[in-house]
Design a protein around this ligand. Structure first.
Ligand code: BGC
Length: 729
């Protein structure tokens, strides 16, 4: 199989004009804006008509580690991809032999878990813009993100790459991200479709879930990304779904994605997720990536499932060539939509604007979980002890495929030093090592306790990490391919924290990580806790500004922080990690994922979905609902009743008063983040159409709106509902 070298865009443009007769599709200004994927069908017909079968097949599988094939003769370039989701990944060379020429750095944005905690879709857009611009600069056509798998278990090693447990929140954040990326002329790739909700045995498990859980919980984010975000590419996941691999799954891809939702872009496999030529051809895979990685660096791409075997199957009549044409058509649509045949906006890397976006996302995404009036901290002290290895550890290259070679990474320690200035002495004691062994180092513990005792107060920065260096198999952390073994933080940090607070109870705890951890042993004894996720290259600055009151926290949890693993539905009611023999994972908890479970089964969380404190106080009042047909318009006033500027996320949930099926007590159906000066009030308007009240009926194979009373609950967290109104549908 030929491997073609990428052409320059100018050469391409010339070639397209010279090599093909192009009829452009004119879009008059008066017409409705058209789907950018569908503007060049005639040119695509023309190109396909000129292609040999070999050339077509060359386009539907990888031509290198991160490219799929082009057709040089016709001026069709390779499609170049890069992870994703929170920065453009370092180069891995065409054949995975690391190829770092010092040109593969990028902005390390806060991980998706932190982005989602902002509850600010506009920041989702700004984040996507940075990614798109940097992808452009690095010569990428597709960014492999966003990741939007629902947080089904807190142990999933990739939760940090995803956006939490709620399908509505995920939908809003993902759409912003996708539009931001694609407005830069680069394609986003929505992943992982579908049910890649655990990493353990991700390539072999078979997920079984009810159609209702699929429709109500696991599909909405993907559907919104396709229908509202118009995402250009979708990545199939590794696992099986109802007995068929998700990357070539007839129901998920052909029936739901392409037929029901009308997706016109391309479906690529996850790397090495194709298992069968005929199924891949018939059940919707358009590009096969990453097969035979174990043969690197000598991979023969023509031997991929969607390589030479396809030629034989078409030639002997088993497969209709029209199937291949459809795949090529989808690839060409993405190429046109991403301006691979004309001029794309120029990109740039790590500009001050990109840094500002990274900092803003971190600032709005850090969640204040607990504060007994301890925060913000005073800078008017003599000595502050910063304790915990996470305070001075670079996270950007960790976690697996989402790694980024950050140009700079402001760790919490650096951020605190910069924000506090020279007048205060900062002592740093890591207290533990982020290393393969995970062994407690008693010398480090003793140093940390001493530093704590001698300081005016302590900032502890710990939690999860991405493991040791770039060794993917070194441990079980927030990392691709592995799940965490339990909710217990690594290296016996609970013991360390207890010793630190015994030495100095004036301790603020900052937790990093891709989700919840067990905080039960010391929660009551610390005056303040923050959850920072993975806050990216400016994260230390954002964190320090929050700690010292230069910024007011406004992040909200996108997941339920359980008291123990047993309180988490997949563990309490369902199966995790699945049956060891059959490899089936039954999602027995159904639609009762996250807060839907806690509410319905009266399980008190440690911190609830949507929870997040501020240094000011807010009041919600005057909820008014008007109804036209089955569409509601609501109004509510939110006021800043404290003395600091801040932002509140007004959360709107729907409660079905009486239903013929068991439904979650409440479901998030709208939200808005509002910034307010002290004393200021704003009136916000929200709209709920009838879909917000429906459930999926398995027997009727459709969404049902049951007549009767519903309540609109408005609050500042899922466990802090302040206003209710009843409506009759
Ligand atoms: C991951 C994907 C990633 C791909 C390419 C896979 O192992 O699951 O998320 O985009 O590798 O690096």
């Amino acid at each position: 199989m030929n491997i073609f070298i990428r052409f320059s865009r100018a050469a391409l443009l010339l070639c397209m004009v010279a090599c093909t007769t192009v009829e452009t599709t004119e879009v008059s200004e008066k017409e409705e804006p058209k789907n950018p994927l569908m503007l060049h069908e005639k040119e695509i017909d023309d190109l396909i008509s000129k292609m040999t079968l070999e050339e077509k097949v060359g386009m539907i599988h990888a031509s290198s580690s991160f490219t799929s094939g082009g057709v040089e003769r016709l001026g069709i370039p390779e499609l170049t991809m890069s992870d994703g989701p929170h920065g453009v990944r370092p180069e891995h060379g065409r054949d995975w032999a690391l190829d770092n020429e010092g040109t593969d750095s990028a902005s390390y944005l806060p991980a998706s878990i932190t982005l989602a905690s902002t509850w600010n879709p506009e920041l989702g857009y700004a984040y996507g813009e940075v990614l798109g611009s940097e992808a452009n600069k690095r010569g990428k056509d597709v960014i492999l993100g966003p990741g939007i798998n629902i947080m089904r278990t807190p142990l999933n090693g990739r939760n940090f790459e995803y956006q939490g447990e709620d399908p509505y929140l995920v939908s809003k954040m993902a759409v912003g991200y996708i539009r931001g990326v694609q407005d830069q002329g680069v394609a986003a790739s929505l992943k992982h479709y579908l049910a890649n909700n655990q990493e353990i045995k991700r390539s072999s498990i078979n997920v079984e879930m009810s159609e209702r859980a699929l429709r109500e919980i696991y599909l909405p984010g993907f559907e919104a990304a396709v229908k509202e975000g118009n995402v250009y590419t979708v990545m199939g996941s590794y696992n099986q779904f109802r007995g068929q691999f998700a990357t070539h799954n007839e129901y998920l891809i052909n029936d739901v994605l392409k037929d029901e939702w009308g997706f016109k872009g391309l479906v690529m496999s996850d790397w090495g997720a194709v298992h069968d030529t005929k199924q891949a051809l018939e059940y919707g895979t358009d590009i096969e990536m990453g097969t035979d990685l174990n043969q690197m660096p000598n991979i023969d791409y023509s031997k991929f499932f969607m390589g030479d075997t396809v030629l034989t199957l078409v030639e002997n009549g088993t497969i209709d060539e029209a199937l291949i044409d459809d795949k090529v058509r989808r690839i060409l649509r993405v190429m046109y939509a991403t301006h691979m045949f004309d001029e794309r906006p120029g990109g740039s890397i790590n500009t001050p604007a990109h840094q500002k976006t990274a900092e803003k996302v971190a600032e709005e995404g850090i969640v204040l979980l607990k504060n007994d009036g301890f925060l913000p901290l005073s800078k008017e002290v003599k000595k502050i002890a910063v304790i915990g290895a996470n305070a001075d550890y670079s996270m950007s290259m960790g976690g697996g495929s989402s790694q980024v070679r950050a140009i700079h990474e402001i760790t919490p320690l650096k951020g605190i030093k910069a924000v506090v200035g020279d007048k205060v002495e900062i002592t740093y004691a890591p207290g533990f090592e982020i290393s393969k062994e995970e062994a407690v180092n008693e010398t480090l513990v003793a140093e940390a306790v001493k530093a704590a005792a001698e300081a005016d107060y302590v900032v502890y920065v710990g939690g999860w990490n991405h493991g040791f260096g770039t060794d993917w198999n070194a441990g079980r952390y927030d990392m691709e391919g592995v799940d965490k073994p339990s909710l217990k933080m690594p290296v016996q940090q609970d013991e360390l924290i207890k010793k630190v607070i015994a030495a100095n109870p004036k301790t603020a705890v900052v937790l990093m990580g891709g989700g919840a951890m067990d905080v039960s042993q010391w929660l009551a004894d610390v005056p303040a806790i923050l959850f920072a996720g993975y806050p990216g290259m400016e994260g230390g600055t954002a964190l320090a500004k929050i700690l010292f009151g230069d910024a007011n926290p406004s992040g909200k949890l996108t997941f339920t922080f359980p008291k123990s693993l047993e309180d988490s539905p997949a563990h309490a009611m369902g199966e995790y990690p699945g049956d060891a023999d059959t490899l089936n994972v039954h999602y027995n908890e159904g639609v009762f994922v996250g807060y839907r479970y806690n509410d319905t089964y009266n399980v008190e969380p440690q911190f609830a979905f949507g929870h997040g404190l501020s240094y000011t106080t807010f009041e919600l009042k005057d909820l008014k609902i008007s109804k036209t047909g089955n569409t509601l318009v609501g109004n509510v006033t939110v006021s800043n009743t404290g003395d600091k500027e801040g932002a509140e996320v007004v959360q709107i949930y729907v409660h079905d008063v009486e239903s013929s099926v068991k439904r979650p007590v409440k479901e998030l159906k709208a939200f808005e983040k509002v910034s307010l000066k002290p004393g200021e009030s704003k009136n916000i308007t929200f709209q709920l159409n009838e879909d917000a009240f429906k459930y999926y009926d398995e027997a009727k194979h459709g969404w049902i709106l049951e007549a009767g009373d519903f309540e609109i609950w408005v609050g500042s967290a899922s466990d802090d509902i302040q206003l209710k109104e009843t409506v009759t549908m």
